[in-house]
Each structure stands twice: as C-alpha cells, then as structure tokens.
Design a protein around this ligand. Structure first.
Ligand code: NMX
Ligand code: MLT
Length: 473
C-alpha cells in the first residue's frame, strides 16, 4: 500500500516537473510539507541570503554591461522603453502580456490552488507565488488565508476617522486616507526609530505588508457600505478566503461573484514595476518610507484616469453610449459615438497601453469569464461589439501605438452584472489587488537592500545644447 502511495506521489512529482519545464524556468515547485513549509515567512527567510548573493554576483560580474541607448524622445516621452528598475515579481511582454514569476495568466489559472476544483485562482496563492517564486499547494494557501484573516482586525477608530470624511469624497480618497490612518501601526517605522540593523529591515516590512494586505478589504468594504448601502456594515466571515471574504463584506454572496473577486484580485495585482502605481510605491519606499506610506502614494497614482481610474471611466462611458443610443446600438451609431468622444479631445477609456501592443490577456480572461457566466448580459455584448469597432478607429487616428483593449475595458461589466454597479468605486478594487504585487516587491526591495531611487533630470536648454553639440561632433 505504502509502495503504491509513494508511486503515485512520484508520478505527481514527475507530472509537476514536466509542467514546470513548459512553464518557464523562474518558477519552482514546492515538494515537501512540514510545518515550516506552511509558513510563508520561513520560506522567505530561507530564500533571502541566496537572492542577496545572486544580486551581488550580478553587480560584480555584469555591472558595466550596457542595456541599451536612450534618446531625447524617451526623456520627453515618459521614459517609455527605458530600463530603469529592478522588479522581481512580474515581467510584461508587449505581445504576450504579464507573467507572474514566469507564469502567464492561463498558467496561473491552471496551477494555482482554487476554492473549489476547476475554479479561479485564490489571490493568496498568487501572493505566495509573487513573494517566493514557488507555486504553493492548497495547504499552504489555506494557511495563508487563515493568517490573513488573523491579521485583518482594524481598530474601530479607523471607521470613526473614515466617518469624519465627507461621504461624497471619492472612494479612492477615502481609501488612501484610511491607509494613512493605519500607518501609525507600522512596525517598520517603529523598528527604524529604535535603530534596527538594515539587515533586518525586510522582517518588519513583511509584517507591515501582510497586515496592510489583510486589512485593506475591511477598510474598502466599509467605504463601500458607508457610501452606497446606508452604512449597514457586514463583518468579516470567519472561514472564507481573502477574495470570498471581501465580496462577502461588500454584500455579495453569489458564489459566482466570489469567483469573480478571486480572479479580479489575482489579475490586477501586479504589472511589472514601471506602471504608475508600482513605480510610485517603489520610489517612495526607496527613501525607506514604510509600506503604508509607500502604498498610499501608489494609490494616489492609481486614482488617475489614465491609470486605475480608467475602470470607472469605462463603465461610465459604456453607460453613456446606452443612454444616448440604447442597448441595441448599431455598429454605425457606435462608430459615430467613438468619433464624437475622440473629436471632443477625450480618450476612449479601456483602450491603449504604455507597453502592451496586443489585447491585454487580463481582458481575455475576463472575456472568458463572461462567456462562461454571463453570455447574454447586454453590456457584455456591447463590450464585445466595442472590441470589433474601436481598434480600427484608433488605428485610423494614426498616432495610437496600441489600439487594443486593456484590463479596464472589461472589468466593469462583470461587476455590474453581479450587482456592484457603482462605477466610482471600481478603482478601490484595483487598489486592494495592487497591494499584493506592490507589497511583495517592497519586501524584496528591503531584503535586497535596493538603494534610494534618484535618476538625473535635465532642462530643455541642457537638451538643446547637448543635441547641438552631438550633431556637430
Ligand atoms: N483613445 C484616444 N487616444 C489615445 C488612446 C485612446 N484609448 N490611447 C492613446 N491615445 C493617444 C494618446 O493620448 C496620444 O495622443 P497625443 O499624442 O495627442 O498626446 C497618442 O495616442 C499616443 O499615445 P500612445 O503612445 O499610444 O499611448 P501612451 O503610452 O502615451 O498612453 C495610455 C497609454 C494607456 C495612457 C493611453 O492609451 C490611454 O489614454 N488610454 C485610455 C485610458 C486607459 O484605458 N487607461 C488605462 C491603462 C491601463 N491601466 O489600468 O492603467
Ligand atoms: C497596470 O496594470 O498597471 C496598467 O496596465 C498600466 C501599466 O502597466 O502601465
């Protein structure tokens, strides 16, 4: 019997390593289970010295290797394409889209543990993957779910503080203010004030990060219920996973909405380091500002309409199409509406990207979710129609580098379908998810001792003189 058990364990391992080789080589698989295997902190502690050595070797052996030239266009054009940051948790390919520690979204959907067989990945599993580069098993993810629930308590004073804000304040403003309120709990800040050695920074950054990730759903749900549900609050469930619990506290207990929330929180978590929110957090954290300060800064960037707020703008724009043309809008009417938007000097929200040059795989997996769970939803059908009509028009404009939809083009109609109709709230969901990626990298920033970020800036006069000299030499 024992022999058969070990045979089947062996074949499980074999099929895992076969999967591993086809899934990219930065991911490792966990194969043993002891109590320390269930503990994320112990796993990290074990990995850190090895990664510190790796960075040291990279600097010593390849520190002077050129990574490319940069041009005046890049300096004037928002640093597109300039490599300038180390970001370990994910990498974005312009055509393929995001890979989390080497794994694409469909691969994550396949290998990360789900709440039930065949379901969407649990965001706790993604957190584990981003932090360690290893695919966790279900027991590890369950342990992390329980740990996050244990850390989720927020002081009542937080709610009183939020109540002191104008209820009409944008939900993102309330979220950022709430994060700043929680900053007094920063263990990193306390340890730094006591003069802790720099080799120990990551430990308290880890504490703050896990506490912050754990506490955000309660804060975010409070803001939602305060603004839209007459302040009738729903306490945390004592056994649900992170995504399920968040949906529950918001007031949504349809199992499909729980699945949507798990998928949503997984796919919005990280998009390499150069996007506005991640880069902001990385920059602020490089001054040794604690995770709360750094993440609050990131949220302020996410609240901009060219970044995270685009998810709000998309649903409002789609609803304005319906208001003006009805749900059964014809292709001709749709084209006219898009041109009207463009001719009034606005962007078509949810389309285009600073890096991507194809349809965002985050869009595609949301489309697959819609095809499975809400194929007849009229707004989903409108989103599908836009996919056919918008790209040729943006291409015709002649200046748009990527005419394809991004993550925000799809998320609103899914939430709207399950009753979360308040578009102004959508960026808060993005923010809760983004904490997972930003905090994971921030812990590594501290573990690797990454330095203060301080690029060089120049004036137009400096550039003019430099370019003149370059032309004559
Ligand atoms: N609608 C109209 N014009 C656009 C669009 C669009 N969707 N996308 C790009 N353009 C314009 C852009 O405004 C710029 O015009 P101008 O030269 O007059 O300033 C020109 O095309 C070239 O821009 P790109 O180089 O293609 O794009 P860039 O990297 O500068 O900006 C975005 C990327 C995402 C800011 C831009 O595509 C956009 O504004 N999209 C709509 C807003 C949106 O969906 N943002 C969400 C991005 C994802 N996220 O969650 O963060
Ligand atoms: C993101 O998820 O951060 C956005 O797609 C923007 C970006 O990557 O620049």
């Amino acid at each position: 019997m024992a022999f058969f058990r070990s045979l089947s364990a062996l074949s499980r391992l074999r099929s895992r390593s076969a999967q591993q080789s086809s899934l990219g080589n930065s991911v490792r698989w966990l194969q043993m289970e002891s109590s320390s295997d269930l503990d994320l902190h112990s796993q990290l502690k074990e990995m850190i010295p090895e990664q510190q050595e790796r960075l040291k070797k990279l600097k010593a052996e390849h520190g002077k290797v050129q990574l490319g030239n940069f041009t005046t266009d890049m300096v004037l054009g928002g640093m597109r394409g300039m490599i300038g940051l180390l970001w370990e948790t994910s990498l974005l390919d312009p055509d393929e889209g995001i890979r989390f520690r080497g794994l694409s979204i469909p691969e994550c959907q396949k290998v990360l543990p789900a709440a039930k067989p065949g379901g969407e990945p649990l965001p706790e599993g993604l957190l584990w993957l981003l932090l360690t580069g290893k695919v966790p098993n279900k027991a590890q993810v369950d342990a992390l779910s329980a740990e996050l629930r244990d850390r989720a308590q927020v002081p009542d004073k937080l709610y009183k503080f939020i109540d002191g804000l104008d209820v009409t304040a944008h939900p993102m403003t309330q979220l950022t203010a709430g994060v700043m309120f929680l900053q007094v709990q920063s263990e990193f800040q306390k340890a730094y004030a006591k003069g802790i050695h720099k080799s120990k920074y990551w430990e308290t950054a880890y504490e703050d990060s896990l506490n912050l990730i754990a506490r955000l759903p309660a804060l975010a749900a409070y803001i939602y219920r305060r603004i839209y549900k007459e302040g009738q609050f729903i306490p945390m469930h004592d056994s649900l996973d992170y995504g399920g619990n968040f949906a529950h506290m918001l007031g949504f207990d349809n199992p499909k909405m729980h699945e949507l929330m798990r998928l949503y929180l997984t796919i919005h978590s990280d998009h390499e380091g150069g996007n506005v929110s991640a880069h902001t957090a990385h920059l602020v954290a490089s001054a040794l500002s604690d995770p709360y300060l750094s993440f609050a800064a990131a949220l302020n960037g996410l609240a901009g309409p060219l970044h995270g707020l685009a998810n709000q703008e998309v649903l409002l724009w789609i609803k304005s199409v319906v208001d003006e043309c009805g749900e059964n809008v014809s292709t001709e009417q749709l084209k006219e509406y898009i041109w009207k938007t463009l001719n009034s000097g606005k962007v078509v929200p949810g389309y285009g990207h600073g890096v991507l040059r194809q349809t965002d795989p985050r869009y595609t997996c949301q489309r697959e979710f819609a095809l499975k769970h809400l194929p007849d939803d009229p707004l989903f059908q409108l989103v599908s129609k836009l996919y056919e009509v918008v790209p040729p028009i943006l291409t015709e404009l002649g200046k748009v580098k990527n005419p394809w939809p991004n993550v925000d083009a799809h998320s609103g109609v899914l939430l709207n379908h399950f009753g979360l109709t308040e578009a102004r709230y959508y960026t808060v969901l993005f923010g809760v998810s983004r904490s997972i990626g930003i905090c994971s990298q921030l812990i590594w920033d501290r573990a690797l001792g990454l330095p203060l970020e301080r690029p060089k800036s120049v004036t137009m006069e400096w550039l003019e003189n430099y370019c003149r000299k370059a032309a004559t030499s």
